[in-house]
Design a protein around this ligand. Sequence first.
Ligand code: AMP
Length: 217
Amino acid sequence: MKLILLGAPGVGKGTQAQFVIEKYAIPQISTGDMLRESIKTGSALGKKVKEVMESGALVTDEIILDLVNARVRQPDCKKGFLFDGFPRTIPQAEALLKESIHVDHVIEIILQEDDIVARLAGRRVHVASGRIYHNLYNPPKVTDIDDVTGEPLIQRDDDKEGTIRVRMQVYRKQTEPLVSFYKAMSDSVQYSLKYTSVDGVGTAEEIRDRIFAALSD
Ligand code: AMP
């Protein structure tokens, strides 16, 4: 199973990715997580991308493609993988085709912009584990504290309201064209790719069940 989770920032891709990788026992390839990891370790790459990420803009295709090309060649990706937050531009999607990295299914999660802003502004993260909470929809047992370790939760810098609006604009301009790109591929007999749009309104479990139904069809 090779799939792409597509959708604007804040539609719940990270949360849904957890459900899917558990059920299908495949690794999650989140380019955002890989970049945040490189910032945490203070690597040369991390220094290069920190400011760009904090501004809400996209990191260059070249950097992203180097990361992804290396990752999909790891042995654990043989049985499949889930791309979360990648591809984010048409050139990234074209690079996948060029490298003969074919996906079976694209799942798009759809949500209105106001709902997205509310979701992102309430999101809290446990940095060490990547666990995601939400003040309203998925609160930790104690406000701003991780349930498992008792460590503090943080709000990502790029989840602050001003940056969220920038990220939405970036999504519409650079990533949304992928919707037509992949729909056209799924309509073409040349590719065996399936495209499903899923309504992102509801609880995490409701959305999960819609995605599972699409994948088992
Ligand atoms: P995410 O965690 O997927 O929301 O990504 C956070 C930030 O990392 C984005 O706002 C971009 O700056 C950068 N980023 C993550 N994935 C990509 C990608 N595929 N292409 C370009 N930039 C990316």
